[in-house]
Design a protein around this ligand. Sequence first.
Ligand SMILES: Nc1ncnc2c1ncn2[C@@H]1O[C@H](COP(=O)(O)OP(=O)(O)OP(=O)(O)O)[C@@H](O)[C@H]1O
Ligand SMILES: [Mg+2]
Length: 337
Amino acid sequence: MTQDSTGTSITFDRATKIYPGAASPALDELNLEVEAGELVCLVGPSGGGKTTALQLVNRIVDLSSGDIRIGGRSITDQSAIELRRTIGYAIQQSGLFPHYTVADNIATVPVILGWDKERIRTRTAELLELVGLSPVETWLPRYPAQLSGGQQQRVGIARALAADPPVMLMDEPFGALDPITRVTVQEEFLAIHRAVGKTTLFVTHDIDEAIKMADRIAILKPGGKLAQFDTPEQVLSNPADDFVAEFLGAERGLKRLALTTVGEIVTADSVRTDAEDAGWPDVEATMTLREALSLVSAAGAEGAVVNSGGSRLGEVSLHDLIAPPASAGGDREGLRA
Ligand SMILES: Nc1ncnc2c1ncn2[C@@H]1O[C@H](COP(=O)(O)OP(=O)(O)OP(=O)(O)O)[C@@H](O)[C@H]1O
Ligand SMILES: [Mg+2]
C-alpha cells in the first residue's frame, strides 16, 4: 500500500439529531469515542438511529445539538465537501455510478483531488487486488451492471478506500450478500482493515457479523440511545440491561463461543489413542469453538480431533468446547491470525 495513514479518532459528544417535525430524537445525546485504527460496529433495531449516526459524521445529515470531532477537530470547522474527502463511505447498495466503468468509479475522488493519470491507474489496480478482483484488466472496463452484487460491493469498498481516507463509514456494506459470499467478503475486509488500519464505524443488523468483526460494539436502542459500548466478549458475558440481553438473543452463550478458536484451547498433552476418538470429526485449529461444536454435535461425537496444516495437534472434548478456560477468547488478534 502507498502512504496509508493509520487513522484517527471519531468522537461523538452528546450528538443529537431530531428530524424536522419529529416528536423525539432519532439519535439522543450519543457519546462515543472510536479510537484511531479501531473497528467499531454499530448495531441495534431498525429505526434505532444507526444510519443517522453515520450520516452525521460526513454531514449528509446536520447535527441538532452536540458535536462530532475527527482527530479532535469539529466536523463543523470545515466545509462538508472538504470533510468528505477525508472519509470513505460505503453503503449496502454499493452506490456505484451505473454509467461509469469500474476504473472510473474507483477514480472518482482521486480525479476530484487532481491526481495525475499514472497515480490513479496505479492506485486503482492496487485497490482491485486488495478487494480480491484480479487480474485487474478483467474488471477495470466493466460497468456495474456487468458485476454480481458481491463484486459491486467490493468495488464500492475499493472506491471508498481510493483516496486513502483516515476514516471509513460503512452502512451495512455486506447486507445484500448471500451467507457464503458474505463470509468471504467479511474476511477480506478484516484483512484489509488489518493491512491499512483505518478508523472504521461499521453499521450492521447482524450481531454475529459484529461479534466477528468488531474491536468494540456499540448497541443503540429505540430512540437512538446508547445501550452499551464494549468489547464483544464483555457485551456477550455482561449485557448492560435487559434490552441488550434480548437483542443478543437466547444464543448469547453460543455466540460467545465464536470468540475463541479451537487452536487456542487445544493442548499438546491431550493425546489419545485412535480407538478412543473413533468417530470424532476433524476440525481445523482456526475454527471457532462454535463451529467445532456444531460439527461435533452433527457427528454425535464427544469431541473432535484438531489439525493444523495437515498435522494433528491434539483433541478437544465436548466439555472443553462448551466451557473453555476463562483465559481463552476475547483475543481478537488470535482469532484473526
Ligand atoms: N430524513 C429523515 N427525515 C425524517 N426522519 C428520518 C429521516 N431519516 C431517518 N428518519 C427517522 O429517524 C429514525 C432513525 O432512522 P435511521 O435510518 O437512522 O435508523 P437505522 O438504525 O439506520 O435503521 P435501519 O436498521 O432500518 O437501517 C427512524 O425513526 C427514521 O424514521
Ligand atoms: Mg440504516
